[in-house]
Design a protein around this ligand. Sequence first.
Ligand code: NAD
Length: 288
Amino acid sequence: MKIAFIGLGNMGGGMAANLVKGGHEVRAFDLSEAAIAAAREHGCTTFASAAEACEGADAVVSMLPNGAIVKSVFTADVIGKAPKGAILLDCSTIDVTTAREVISLAESSGYDMVDAPVSGGIAAANAGTLTFMVGGTENAFKRAEPILAAMGKAVIHAGDAGNGQAAKICNNMLLAIHMIGTCEAFAMAEKLGLDAQTFYDISSVSSGQNWSMTSYCPVPGVGLVTPADNDYQAGFAAGLMLKDLRLAIEAANAAGAKVELGEHARTIYEAFAKDNAGVDFSGIIRKL
Ligand code: NAD
């Protein structure tokens, strides 16, 4: 398949390389010269604009920083430039409203399109083990699935357009809340004279058990090896968690959903990310 790939950054670079490994002809574009050079080394053909990369493509995949950029790239360079009948996939994490708006614009110009944000960071993007949460029609999902499978270990249909983004931000809001809760519990255990390893041994098999504790423990030397064991080198950076929390609160407000703990988590990560945007999000334990 001829696949145009727009946005070859930390995530997109590895994803495009995996499409090449999957036997696809990848037509790549990024604003950064360094990203273009790296994509060329990974076997992509590179172009001087997104519109040129889309010419003759069977599919277009994007991995861009935010909703405003996704909307401007799709309206200026993808819709009307990619051949009619191409399947369009946006894998960026963006707000639900913009995702639905861009998909509706694409559909009214005769394209199938899905929002397909990912779970898993740079390591999973490089290894081809991302999880994709996909919003769009049944037909669009069926067409997108084999392309996404070349870059991930799981591809899940979340429902209509925008529901991939909805799943992503609901999941990450919950992750932020249980990471903060887990950090508070470890910090309190220490103040009460309870050893971190002992608390872990008890809580990890009791009702306080959760993913932040047993898969991503924020205390160095306890549980599995995590960013805590590497001086909180990200991992999943606090700045990206803050981005997702802001998207979650925006979506909750638009939908009239009450998310008091989500709002509190955003306030806590806002304060932490001011000086620690690049630090792993589990490093919040240092503040608690
Ligand atoms: P990044 O900043 O490393 O990459 C974004 C790339 O887009 C850059 O190379 C930039 O030059 C390019 N770009 C920006 N505007 C462009 C335009 N108009 N045309 C073409 N290229 C353009 O970011 P990233 O870490 O790769 O993240 C990409 C997306 O994936 C974001 O939406 C992010 O929230 C999401 N995400 C990231 C992670 C992670 O761990 N990094 C995990 C899950 C999801």
